[in-house]
Design a protein around this ligand. Structure first.
Ligand code: HEC
Length: 304
């Protein structure tokens, strides 16, 4: 009596478990890309060739660690299906087109140089035509090869790095961990100063001083680690993060100097300036921290 009931429950459980999984695993509905006009077919081939010559080295399936975690550039179907990259029919809304059109991709480190005007135009036409993915047999064969072979260059041992360079780069990896200190300390320095202002108690000043000096030292440490960190990014966000982060460390040092060397009594202009500097510093450090988060987790990290 027991066994059949157990079996029935187990079967029901499996069914419930498998049904959604099947839905998830079901192949995505094929977008009808046929028939493709001649112009669209030409654009598709040109885009394939552009991707192969100028993107595949950094974004190819053969890489174990493709740049920007984007490692399927030759898989046109997958690229076209990624809404973050391509909005079929609308190049202006397609991030991938923007990146190539504004020469953000291929990056500056690329040997091949930026995409030519003709290549950009082909990319534009391809997206406008709805990003079709049908390739002529020869290129389809080539595509299969590119998607399923491993690059010998990638598996070959990397050129030896000097011990010093390796050690410095390793130390640089502590940059993300170190960022918590300046962020928290500079924010709490502002809180301490807010309490000083609210209570008019002179004793808060020593607390502010302590926090801002520690905050400034940790900001310098974090900026230095950031410079040691081997990050191969080329995006605008990265550049802004790097320079704004450096500026924040300098700003924090100046604020700490002001807190130490001036007689910052309540009601004096020096104290008002210190407060302004702290406020500005807290904003700076938050913006830099946020941009660092964007680099690691993406701009949509805080989406609801
Ligand atoms: C020299 C290496 C290199 C080449 C060549 C290169 N990229 Fe990139 N790409 C990168 C790096 C590095 C990132 C990550 C940038 C970042 O996060 O700041 C990236 C990021 C991207 C992203 C964003 C990925 C994401 O998920 O946000 C896209 C899209 C992209 N590249 C497209 C291209 C295209 C298209 C080409 C060729 C026209 C190309 N890249 C060529 C290095 C390269």
């Amino acid at each position: 009596m027991r066994l059949p009931r157990f079996a029935a429950i187990a079967a029901l459980f499996c069914l419930l478990l498998c049904a959604p999984a099947r839905l998830l695993c079901a192949p995505a509905p094929q977008v009808a890309t046929e028939p493709v006009s001649e112009d669209a077919a030409m654009a598709t081939m040109a885009v394939f060739e552009l991707f192969e010559s100028k993107c595949n080295d950094c974004h190819g399936a053969q890489l174990t660690r493709p740049k920007g975690k984007f490692g399927y550039t030759m898989d046109l179907k997958r690229v076209a299906a990624n809404e973050d990259f391509i909005v079929p029919g609308d190049p202006a809304k397609s991030e991938l087109f923007r990146l190539v059109n504004e020469d953000e991709m291929p990056g500056k480190e690329s040997k091949e140089g930026p995409a030519s005007a003709a290549e950009k135009l082909a990319l534009h036409r391809w997206i406008l035509a709805g990003a079709p993915t049908t390739l002529p047999p020869k290129l389809a064969e080539r595509q299969a090869e590119l998607l399923f072979t491993t690059n010998s260059a990638e598996t070959a041992p990397k050129p030896a790095q000097s011990l010093l360079a390796k050690t410095l780069a390793w130390i640089g990896r502590f940059h993300p961990a170190s960022t918590h200190f300046p962020v928290a300390l500079l924010m709490v320095a502002l809180l301490s100063e807010g309490l000083a202002w609210a209570t008019k108690k002179e004793s808060w000043l020593s607390c502010t001083r302590f926090l801002i000096v520690l905050g400034a030292l940790s900001a310098v440490n974090t900026a230095a680690l950031g410079w040691l960190n081997e990050y191969s990014g080329v995006s605008e966000v990265y550049k802004i993060h790097k320079w704004l982060g450096t500026a924040t460390a300098i700003w924090a040092l100046i604020s700490a100097g002001a807190a130490i060397f001036f007689e910052c009594r309540e009601g004096t202009p020096e104290r008002a300036r210190l407060r302004g500097a702290l406020f500005f510093g807290a904003i700076l450090v938050s913006v830099v921290g946020f941009l660092g988060g964007v680099l690691t987790f993406g701009a949509d990290h805080y989406n609801w």
